[in-house]
Design a protein around this ligand. Structure first.
Ligand SMILES: Cc1cc2nc3c(=O)[nH]c(=O)nc-3n(C[C@H](O)[C@H](O)[C@H](O)COP(=O)(O)OP(=O)(O)OC[C@H]3O[C@@H](n4cnc5c(N)ncnc54)[C@H](O)[C@@H]3O)c2cc1C
Length: 420
C-alpha cells in the first residue's frame, strides 16, 4: 500500500500553496477527504483546493488512474470519438492544486472517528467528507444477469473497457444480426443515455450491417426526449429499431448469458449482442457508511450535506436530491455548491445561496444534436426545477448542428472544470 508515500508526495506539492495561503501558520489545516474522482468528486476536490488557496488539506480517493467519462461514450460507439479522447488523468489536480490523490478503494467510513478505511488497510482522517461514488447495480434487477455476466452481456454504464467490449461485439455481429438493449427502470444515470446509445448503435450498424435489427425492452411507459428520438429514428434509421414498452412486456424480461437468449414476456429471442442496463442504486460505499434510505443517499439541496450526517456531503448520481437528473452536469453543478459550503464550514468563507443547472445533450445522427435542460433552486424539501427548455421536433438542420457543436464545447469545458 502506497498511501504513506503518496500522501507524503501530495503534501510536498501542497506545501507551495500553503506558504501563500491566508491562514495562521503552525495551525493544522482542516482536512477534506473526497471519495470518488468522477464528475462530482473531481470537481469538488478541485474547487475546495483552488478556492481555499491551500488553507484546506484535500485528499481525493479514487481507485482508477484514468477516468473515462460516460458522457460522450455513446459517441465512441457511434464512431464520432476515440476512446482515448474520453480519458482524463489526475496529474493536474495533484501537481497544480496540491490535492493528495490516493489510488485506492474506500471500503468503509467510521463516522464517529471521522476516518475513511481504504482497501489497502489505511484509515484517512477527515473534518469534512465529500462522497461522489456514482452508481452500483441493483441485484436481481434483470433475472439471469449479475456482474459476473458483464463480460458476455455488457452494461457499458461505467465507461472504459465495458464500452470497448460493447463496440467490439456490435462490430462482430453477423449480417442481419440482432442487438437487444434491456433499458433500466427509473431513476437511473443519464435519462436520455440509453436512447442516445440506440441512436449511435443504429448509426454504426447502418454503415456496417444495414439489415441488422435493434430491439429495446423497456420497463418505462415513457422516457426522456422520446418524441425527438422517435422522430430521429424514423428519419435516419427507419425500420431498424423496435421498442417494446411495458404494454408489450418490455418490463417482464430475463436473460441467459450462456445461450445469449433474452426472454421478453415469454417470447425467447436469440441475440448477437445484449446490452443489459440494470436498475441502479448509490455507489455501495454510501450504504456501507449508513448514509442511504432505500437505494439512494438523501441530501439537503441547500448545501448537498447528507440528511444523516452534518459532516458528510454527497453529490451526483448517488443522491436522492429532488428534480435534477443523474447527469455529469448535475454532479459538477452540485460539487460547486458543496465545495462552497465545506469551505464556509471550515474556514468561515462566505457562502452564497445554492443555484444549480443542467443540460443533457444527445446525438441522434451526424450533426443531429438535441438537448434538454433546466435551472434549479433548493427548497427545504428538495432541489426544485425553476425553468426548463427542450429541443423541438421539426427543427432545421442548422439548429441541430449548432446544438451538437454546443455539446462539444460543453465537453471540453466540463472536463477542464473537473480535472484542471
Ligand atoms: C452512456 C452514458 C452517457 C452519458 N452522457 C451524459 C451526458 O451527455 N451528459 C451528462 O451530463 N451526463 C451524462 N452521463 C451521466 C454521467 O456520466 C454521470 O451522471 C456522472 O458521471 C455522475 O458523476 P458522479 O460523480 O456521481 O459519478 P462518477 O462520474 O461515476 O464518478 C464516481 C467515481 O467514484 C469512484 N468510486 C466509486 N466507489 C468508490 C469507492 N468505494 N472508493 C473510491 N472511489 C470510488 C469511481 O471509480 C468513479 O471514478 C452519461 C452516462 C452514461 C452511462
Amino acid at each position: 500500500m502506497t498511501l504513506n508515500r503518496r500522501r507524503f508526495l501530495g503534501t510536498t506539492v501542497a506545501a507551495a500553496g500553503v506558504l501563500s495561503a491566508p491562514m495562521v501558520m503552525g495551525q493544522a489545516r482542516p482536512r477534506v477527504v473526497v471519495i470518488g474522482g468522477g464528475a462530482g468528486g473531481a470537481t469538488a476536490a478541485r474547487y475546495v483546493a483552488k478556492d481555499s488557496q491551500g488553507a484546506i488539506d484535500v485528499t481525493l480517493i479514487e481507485p482508477t488512474r484514468r477516468y473515462y467519462t460516460c458522457f460522450f461514450s455513446n459517441l465512441y460507439l457511434g464512431g464520432f470519438r476515440e476512446m482515448e479522447s474520453l480519458g482524463h488523468s489526475y496529474a493536474t489536480l495533484a501537481a497544480e492544486y496540491g490535492i493528495n490523490v490516493v489510488h485506492d478503494w474506500a471500503t468503509g467510513v467510521d463516522r464517529d472517528a471521522k476516518t475513511v478505511a481504504l482497501a489497502g488497510g489505511a484509515a484517512v482522517p477527515y473534518d469534512r467528507l465529500i462522497m461522489s461514488p456514482g452508481i452500483d447495480f441493483v441485484d436481481g434487477s434483470v433475472p439471469g444477469w449479475d456482474l459476473s455476466a458483464q463480460g458476455v452481456m455488457p452494461h457499458a454504464y461505467k465507461a472504459g473497457t465495458q464500452t470497448e467490449l460493447l463496440k467490439r461485439q456490435i462490430m462482430a455481429m453477423p449480417e442481419g444480426g440482432t442487438f437487444v438493449m434491456i433499458a433500466p427502470p427509473n431513476p437511473y444515470r443519464c435519462p436520455p443515455g440509453p436512447y442516445e446509445r440506440i441512436s449511435m448503435v443504429a448509426h454504426l450498424l447502418k454503415a456496417n450491417n444495414p439489415t441488422a435489427k435493434i430491439i429495446i425492452a423497456d420497463p418505462k411507459e415513457k422516457y426522456s426526449k422520446q418524441a425527438l428520438f422517435e422522430e430521429g429514428w424514423n428519419k435516419h434509421y427507419g425500420g431498424m429499431i423496435e421498442r417494446l414498452g411495458p404494454d408489450f412486456g418490455g418490463g417482464n424480461v430475463s436473460v441467459n448469458p450462456a445461450t445469449m437468449e433474452v426472454d421478453i414476456d415469454g417470447e425467447v429471442i436469440k441475440a448477437d449482442v445484449v446490452n443489459v442496463i440494470p436498475g441502479q442504486k448509490a455507489g455501495a460505499i454510501c450504504a456501507a457508511a449508513g448514509l442511504t434510505e432505500g437505494n439512494w443517499a438523501p441530501v439537503d439541496g441547500h448545501s448537498m450535506v447528507s440528511r444523516m450526517d452534518e459532516n458528510v456531503y454527497i453529490l451526483g448520481d448517488a443522491t436522492d436530491q429532488g428534480d435534477m437528473p443523474k447527469s455529469g452536469f448535475s454532479a459538477n453543478s452540485q460539487a460547486k455548491v458543496a465545495a462552497m459550503a465545506v469551505r464556509g464550514a471550515l474556514t468561515g468563507s462566505r457562502v452564497f445561496p445554492a443555484k444549480y443547472s443542467n443540460t443533457c445533450w444527445s446525438l441522434i445522427a451526424t450533426d443531429d444534436g438535441v438537448k434538454v435542460g433546466a435551472a434549479y433552486e433548493p427548497t427545504d424539501e428538495k432541489i426544485a426545477s425553476v425553468s426548463s427548455f427542450v429541443s423541438q421536433t421539426g427543427e432545421d438542420a442548422a439548429m441541430r448542428k449548432t446544438t451538437f457543436e454546443e455539446s462539444i464545447g460543453w465537453y471540453s469545458g466540463i472536463t477542464s472544470d473537473m480535472f484542471g
